[in-house]
Design a protein around this ligand. Structure first.
Ligand code: DOR
Ligand code: ZN
Length: 383
């Protein structure tokens, strides 16, 4: 397919309109005036619930949903049932992922059963194709075991992704700040290790990250679209649909996160796509933590009004750099001005749990292309 008059998203921002070839086959030419052609977005942090909870998501529904959101590459967390804590389980997931329309990679658990008691076999998981180790969903291990985990993962050539939140301190900002402080201390004592902080949510974390990076430590960090765009006030509007871990914070926190992203203290935006069925998102007290992420992420990010080069760094280049992944023939065609209504019933994902339900958003994925194949949006006529 020839795409006429699209602006191309590059690392230094948008380039002038031009003609691009993005898909093979007999796709008709399209007039892409006003649209932005971006290299496919990569999501470092997603929960695909497979195996174990097909009422929430499967590899297939998750991949289809990611494609609809403009993601051509996603990384699935290990907090499945059973967890991905052995080479055998990882190998089986990788085998199944070959048939998916986008690239899906998997982390291996850092500790067996994510209980924080004993480490998994980093080398075996690496050989089976794990791209990182993570116990995301919780942070049960103590600083001593994290240090050993960093040594072993570093030796195996794998980054360690942590959900920084000391469980004994609950979900308050201090639980995150102290977990990050402790983890940076552990990182300081390890050679070869790469530590990545997941879903950083609070202002107090930013200074610690900046200082550790300034000291030359191999540390990277992500923020979610929801922590950038929403605050705890959302809980009064959306109730359990806004319940997520870490929780939505204050406006000052959200602004500090945006500034840290622009300054490069925070490296990437990752969705923490956490689909749940309606039955567990009703009651304030007992509701499960987590928000649907894939299909609202792009509009949420574009609405922040970040410079395009920051969008490229946070959503295209940064995630791949962190995991040492190459950008292949992956594209997303974006209409930055299109307005649309968030109707979760029409999501490709099984998780309809978004506080953005019923909201008008601006910025839409027109088409997603992987390896010359249109994996989302072929039916949408441009021009
Ligand atoms: O809100 C969350 N949901 N935070 C997590 O860390 C885990 C995730 C999930 O698995 O549902
Ligand atoms: Zn988490």
């Amino acid at each position: 397919m020839r795409l006429h008059h699209a602006r191309l998203l590059r690392s230094n921002g948008l380039s002038a309109p031009d003609t691009f070839y993005i898909a093979a086959g007999d796709e008709p030419d399209r007039d892409a005036r006003g649209l932005v052609l971006s290299p496919g977005w990569m999501d470092l942090h997603a929960h695909l619930r497979d195996p174990g909870a097909p009422q929430k998501e499967t590899l297939e529904t998750g991949a289809r949903s990611a494609a609809a959101g403009g993601f051509t590459h996603v990384v699935a967390m290990a907090n499945t049932d059973p967890p991905t804590d052995s080479a055998g389980r990882l190998t089986e997931l990788r085998r199944r992922s070959e048939a998916l329309p986008i690239k899906v990679d998997f982390v291996g658990a850092l500790t067996k059963g994510l209980t924080g008691d004993s480490l998994t076999d980093a080398r075996a998981l690496k050989s089976a194709g794990a791209v990182a180790l993570s116990d995301d969903g919780r942070h049960a291990l103590d600083a001593g075991l994290l240090e050993v985990g960093l040594w072993r993962a570093g030796g195996a050539g794998l980054p360690v992704l942590i959900h920084p939140q000391l469980e004994r301190l609950g979900t308050e900002p201090a639980a995150e700040v102290e977990a990050i402080r402790e983890a940076i201390e552990a990182l300081r004592r390890t050679a070869d290790a790469h530590l990545h902080l997941q879903h950083v949510s609070t202002q107090g974390s930013i200074g610690l990250i900046a200082a550790a990076k300034g000291a030359g430590l191999r540390l990277t960090a992500e923020v979610t679209p929801h922590h950038l765009a929403l605050t705890a006030a959302e809980l009064r509007i959306s109730g359990p649909l806004a319940k997520v871990n870490p929780p939505l914070r204050t406006a000052a926190d959200a602004i500090a996160l945006r500034e840290a992203l622009i300054d490069g203290i925070v490296d990437v935006i990752a969705t923490d796509h956490a689909p749940h069925e309606d039955a567990v998102k009703h009651d304030e007290e007992t509701a499960a933590y987590g928000l649907h992420g894939f299909e609202t992420a792009l509009a949420t990010v574009l609405t922040l009004g970040l410079p395009w080069e920051v969008v490229h760094r946070a959503c295209v280049a940064g995630p791949r750099r962190i995991l040492g992944q190459e950008l292949l023939d992956e594209w997303v065609l974006i209409d930055p001005d299109q307005e649309w209504l968030v109707e979760p019933e029409s999501f490709y994902s099984r998780g309809h749990n978004t506080p953005l339900k019923g909201r008008r958003m601006r910025g839409r994925v027109v088409m997603t292309v992987v390896g010359g194949k249109v994996v989302h949006g072929a039916e949408v006529a441009v021009a």
